[in-house]
Design a protein around this ligand. Structure first.
Ligand code: CTP
Ligand code: MG
Length: 413
């Protein structure tokens, strides 16, 4: 087993509230959005960020349930997490989390579990913005026109350019936040968020861009919004975020040509074709698989097949489609992309394809982790090298979808 460095950053995920405004009959953190609870979604986001200590603050009596959610979200990084019992107010719950920090931690983030869909990129941006004595808060510009009211009447305008809507996680230098909490406790002062408590102790707080997805689930309407967002994922956000970072699908094209004349039997579209002339190539010459790899890599902006599987990688000599495709699917997943579908067509006189179409599509789809793959074949009326029977030409088109939880935070306008 490798020894991993102890993170210097911790995140306290406060989940000890009762959720009175949600009126769901259970503590809010354990209410399901889809198949996963609010707490689970929040922790999924946390564990997709840079590794950090994770302290979950649970309602009294729900520590075991919180532990279960923590283990599921943490997977192999369960060593990073622990559960503590919360208090009667959010401030007391945060204080309970602070008491559970590891000695090595120098930066602490405080996060509402209720902001369940917060992108991991926001968490990382907040942690990175905690420098020197300054805290960091993600925020969005206020878009509504605001009025000052008195007795139900408009009493004046409020200049919204001076305002920002604060979200979580909020990040702070650990020792300064602990001292600020000590002052608030001694004074018996209650603050609406950690940034206010920290600022009251005289420290600066800087803003980083927040995200529309970081909204707090407070009312049944908020829960419905979260459900719609997850169901519609990865729909682009209507805000100012550019489509490129919010989940707009991306297409890629790949082509490949191989000549007949290889050794052994033909491998094409992930299948062996006994009795057919083999294609030549560095690997097995499966031009269908190679075109798919290029289409997928191109769609994700990850380069091309030569770069990842070419002659500089002798380990792929003689490899079949399943190896290339599963590795490609893995690379896309690591880069935050899901595969939508792949459509591929080859031009060639041989092999006679239609009888094994379903088998080929199933093999290619399985190698891509279940993504939809359709394969077509055509002849070229005797024209060109495919028509003369010298080789095969393939064109593939792939659609990939950025996973929404990897989206970057919205830029503040
Ligand atoms: N929280 C907490 N301990 C408390 C109160 C709140 O850990 N004693 C947490 C909540 O679990 C939530 C976050 O603080 O993740 C923000 O609080 P809020 O949205 O107000 O949640 P609840 O207090 O649970 O909801 P309500 O105010 O409607 O009862
Ligand atoms: Mg509350």
């Amino acid at each position: 087993m490798s020894i991993l460095p102890v993170p210097r950053t911790a995140i306290i995920v406060v989940a000890a509230g009762s959720g009175t405004r949600l009126e769901a009959g259970a503590p809010k953190a354990f209410v399901g959005i889809d198949a996963r609870t609010i707490l689970r979604h929040a922790l999924d986001g946390v564990f997709a960020a840079e590794p950090m200590q994770v302290v979950v603050v649970a309602p009294a009596g729900y520590e075991g349930d919180a532990e279960t959610e923590l283990r599921a979200a943490a997977a192999e990084r369960v060593d990073l997490g622990r559960v503590v019992t919360g208090g009667a107010t959010r401030q007391e719950s945060v204080a309970a989390g602070l008491a559970a920090l590891w000695g090595d931690v120098t930066t602490v983030l405080v996060h509402d579990a209720a902001r369940a869909l917060t992108p991991p990129a926001v968490i990382d941006a907040v942690a990175a913005a905690v420098v020197g004595e300054a805290g960091a808060v993600p925020s969005l510009p206020v878009v509504d026109t605001l009025k000052r009211v008195e007795d139900g009447l408009v009493a004046g305008a409020v200049d919204r350019s001076e305002l920002a809507a604060a979200q979580t996680p909020q990040g702070f230098p650990r020792t300064l936040l602990e001292a600020a909490y000590e002052i608030a406790r001694a004074d018996g002062a209650e603050y609406t968020d950690d940034a206010a408590l920290f600022a009251a102790a005289g420290h600066p707080v800087r803003l980083v861009p927040g995200s529309e997805r970081s909204f707090k689930i407070t009312t049944p309407a908020d829960l419905e919004r979260a459900r719609l967002l997850l169901a519609a994922a990865p729909a682009p956000s209507p805000s100012s975020i550019s489509a490129a970072v919010t989940g707009a699908p991306r297409v890629g094209v790949g082509t490949d040509v191989h000549a007949f004349g290889g050794d052994g039997s033909l491998w094409l579209a992930g299948l062996e074709w006994p009795g057919e002339a083999a294609l030549s190539g560095h690997s097995d010459g499966d031009a269908v698989a190679h075109a798919i790899v290029d289409a997928l890599l191109g769609a994700a902006g990850l380069g091309d097949i030569g770069q990842h599987f070419g002659t500089a990688h002798p380990e792929y000599a003689g490899a079949h489609a399943d190896v290339f495709l599963s590795r490609t699917a893995e690379m896309l997943a690591e880069a935050g992309f899901a595969i939508g579908n792949v459509s591929v067509q080859f031009q060639g006189n041989r092999p006679r394809f239609s009888g094994r179409r379903a088998e080929a599509e199933a093999a290619l789809s399985a190698a891509l982790g279940g993504a939809a793959v359709s394969v077509a074949a055509t002849t070229t009326d005797g024209l060109g090298f495919p028509g003369r029977g010298e080789g095969i030409a393939v064109t593939a088109v792939a659609l990939v979808i950025p996973r929404p939880e990897r989206g970057l935070p919205a830029p503040a306008e």
